[in-house]
Design a protein around this ligand. Sequence first.
Ligand SMILES: [Zn+2]
Length: 453
Amino acid sequence: MSIGPILAQTVRHFLPELNAWIDQIEDPRFPPFVTYSKRFLLWWGLMLFLPKLSSRRQLDYQLNTNGPAVLANLNRLADTRQTTRPVNKTLEYFLTGIGERPLCVLRQNALNRLIRMKALDEARLQGRLVILVDGSGYLVFNHKHCEHCLTRRHGQKTLYMHQVLEAKLLGPAQTVLSIGTEFIDNRDAADSPPGSGEERVKQDCELKAMRRLGAKLRSDFPQLRICLSGDGLYACGEGFQIAKDYRCDYVYTFKPDRIPTLWQDFQGLLTLCPDQRVEVTTPQKTHQVYRWAHLQYTDSDKRDWSFTGIHCREIKRDGTQSEWSWVTSLKVSRETVVEVATGGGRERWRVENEGFNTQKNSGLNLEHAYSHTNWAAYYYLLQIAHLLLQLVEKGSLLRQLAQQAGQPTAVKLFGSLKNMSQRLLESLRYLDWPDEVFDVRLARKIQIRLDSS
Ligand SMILES: [Zn+2]
């Protein structure tokens, strides 16, 4: 099997109802003028990102009639019988009609299915799924494109942008799956006192968006046991209150300057409880010392909080030292301190390294608007495509393919993730994928594990 058929079978295995979910999207088009089925158009849109075409125009060139297998493969993915191919404007017109909301629901359906089939359970921390929260992903325009753009002076020019706060679920095998999205715009900055510095405005905006994100996560996933993982910004009264209001646990980075008095208490308490200490030497001969102390804190709104502070000092074999601290509502003991710090706290870097960076730099082209009016719809499509890609990249089908070729991993087999998307495009254009990979009943029966390493 090659990468294309593996994609088809992976989607049928993990998300057998994907096409049925697309059918539920309300179609605003006037029926007599409809040529392309919703399913076909959404798969067409996903193909903007799965082989990383980088811009909407590329659909017209890369998925055109020179690729003799494109139509047949897409028809079978979408369960359709289209006889011609649309152009990129057809997709744009369709997405403008449906808006971003149905795509957000599609992502939610996909995640719910993965959670229910227990595909993500291996990554749980004290029974909870860890959800990283981080702001990034500027879409930057040279012109004011809507009423709510954030603005920033850049030399003589004014830049107009939209920031995004993302909730990313940490799955097994280093997968990072987008589970919540809040766009940040100038309405979030409205309450900051006039003359506030840029950092203060950024913090206010992000905390407000975080509250909306928490509310949405809770209503989209009412039963899910969640541990939020976030940077030092959230280690404050409002950050604790958001976790409480939406029934989440948390591991937040703890920095000396966020709450200086609490930081001093923490340092004092650590010296008072010398027994609360665990030392670990990793296989790479890195020496780590974990210490913890129970903390109490009354915030500026007179709310009382209690939680545990964890400190980790690390000395690498070459002598370099680093240290980190976190506050957490999870149970911390001699048995759990390392898993809490590594599974909840240390994992934070992954959202930056794997999540946003991959989406910005790997050809998914996160910062490209794809459309001036309609960028949020493309944003969700990209998130869904990235989820599918990770299921393929980290799934055991691709690993078996690599092993058959005498390579330990998929990336080694293709040379790079970029090559992998190129192979996918070739496969989509030139190879007729075998019928059995589209068979839902067959795909349900096979086993696909998400493998580490
Ligand atoms: Zn705008």
